[in-house]
Write a protein that binds this ligand. Structure first.
Ligand code: 4NP
Length: 157
C-alpha cells in the first residue's frame, strides 16, 4: 500500500480537496487496494474544523464530495507516509524547517511537479479569493493528481 499525504497551510482548502480528488480518481480506476491518501496543514489554525464551505461547494459543483476534519502535520508523518506533497513552496519550507526533516527530503515533492501546465509552480491559496480562484485551484489539483497517479501506478509495476 502506497501512502500519500497532501499538505497545505490551513488544511481547509487545498489539501483536503487534493485528498478528495485523489480518492475519486483512485476509485474511478479501481485502484483502492494500492493507495491510501490523507491531508493536513502546517499551521494549527483549523485543527478539528471541516473544510472551507467554499471548497465544499466548489467540489460538489465538480462532482466531488469532501469529508475531512482539519489536522496539523506531525513529525511522525515523515515516517508514516511514502509521499509528502506540499501545495506550495511556503508549505514545503515549513515542513523542511521541522526537526529531522532533512532525512525525509526525497519524499517531499511539490504538488505541481505533477501538473502538465505551469509545472513546479505553487497551487495558489484561494482563501482570500473568489469563486473563480476556487475553480482554478480545482482544475490545477485535478490535473496534478492525474499526473501524480500516473507516476504512482507506473511505480507499482
Ligand atoms: P489552505 O488555505 O492552506 O489551502 O487550507 C488556507 C486556509 C486558512 C488560512 C490560510 C490558508 N488561514 O490563514 O486561516
Amino acid at each position: 500500500m502506497v501512502s500519500v499525504l497532501f499538505v497545505c497551510l490551513g488544511n481547509i482548502c487545498r489539501s483536503p480537496l487534493a485528498e478528495a480528488i485523489f480518492n475519486y480518481q483512485v476509485r474511478q480506476r479501481q485502484l483502492q487496494p494500492y493507495f491510501r491518501a490523507a491531508s493536513c496543514g502546517t499551521a494549527n489554525y483549523h485543527i478539528g474544523d471541516p473544510p472551507d464551505s467554499r471548497t465544499i461547494r466548489n467540489a460538489i459543483k465538480n462532482g466531488i464530495t469532501i469529508q475531512h476534519i482539519g489536522r496539523q502535520f506531525d513529525i511522525t508523518d515523515f515516517k508514516e507516509f511514502d509521499w509528502i506533497i506540499p501545495m506550495d513552496e511556503s508549505n514545503r519550507d515549513n515542513l523542511l524547517r521541522l526537526q529531522g526533516a532533512d532525512k525525509f527530503r526525497d519524499k517531499i515533492k511539490l504538488m505541481r511537479t505533477f501538473d502538465t501546465e505551469n509545472r513546479g509552480a505553487d497551487v495558489p491559496d484561494p482563501y482570500s479569493g473568489s469563486e473563480k480562484n476556487f475553480q482554478e485551484v480545482f482544475e490545477i489539483l485535478d490535473r496534478s493528481v492525474r499526473g501524480l497517479l500516473h507516476i504512482l501506478v507506473a511505480e507499482l509495476k
